[in-house]
Design a binder for this molecule. Sequence first.
Ligand code: PTJ
Length: 265
Amino acid sequence: MTKIEIPPDHPRRVSLETRETIIDGHERHIVATAGLLAHGRGEAFDYLIGERTSDLARRAIRAAVAAMLTARHPVISVNGNVCSLVPHDLVDLSELTGAPLEINLFYYRKEREDAILAALQEAGASRVLGTHDRPSETIPELSSNRRKVDPDGIGSADVVVVPLEDGDRTEALKRVGKYVITIDLNPMSRTAVFSDITIVDNIVRALPLMVKSVQEMRNIPADELVAIVKEFDNEENLRESLELMMHRLKLLSEDLGTLRRKVVE
Ligand code: PTJ
């Protein structure tokens, strides 16, 4: 529920509405206080890519969906920001791919876990893993709260989707042999660099596109899906994402009028 009325013709409407959603999520204990800061960081990077999904991100989305569709046991890890921003898309992606949702929090508080569980159930989730009343196992060499995982979820997964993640766990998940997919607007973050597939895009755009891609790709034969995953080069995609940002900055520095026109667009 947004608190301030944002005029429909406001040039930064979508960004402001998303910000309101995160603030509301914080007030409902879904989003950690640090999640507000993480969101601001994301906004800054989104600005650099022009607040739209690039072809590079679309390529990564395709590879990510192919990896999920060919996985033995894919799992989607859910934190506060992700739950607040895209609860319905999480449920849709989970149902379409058979990947369970697992709550896994860096800033764990029981109150937050309960609020996230309630929000996911409200969005239609019938089964949510990773809650305190379920068994848990530990990811070795990880000291943060994220080390506790569900044995039926991340514990036994081959492919793990970890959107908006802090870097430690991605490295730990790689060390125990998981294939890691992330969504992160910062192509330089440790998560972005250590993951197998990084979608450099805002989760509010990327997740609906993943849902759409599953619907389009689910009848593709398995060997073709495997080839799509194999062909994807994450390092190259990240390098080109950085180039995209530099290119945009260069164009803008040469002609600030472009920015002025964009601002009033
Ligand atoms: O709910 P919790 O307790 O598990 O905590 C979640 C946060 C996000 C607070 C926690 O994982 C954290 O501190 O993450 P970081 O280290 O701040 O990393 C978050 C990454 O997500 C940063 O690289 C941001 O640029 C990126 N990011 C932020 N908002 C978005 C985003 N990427 C895609 N879409 C966004 N909307």
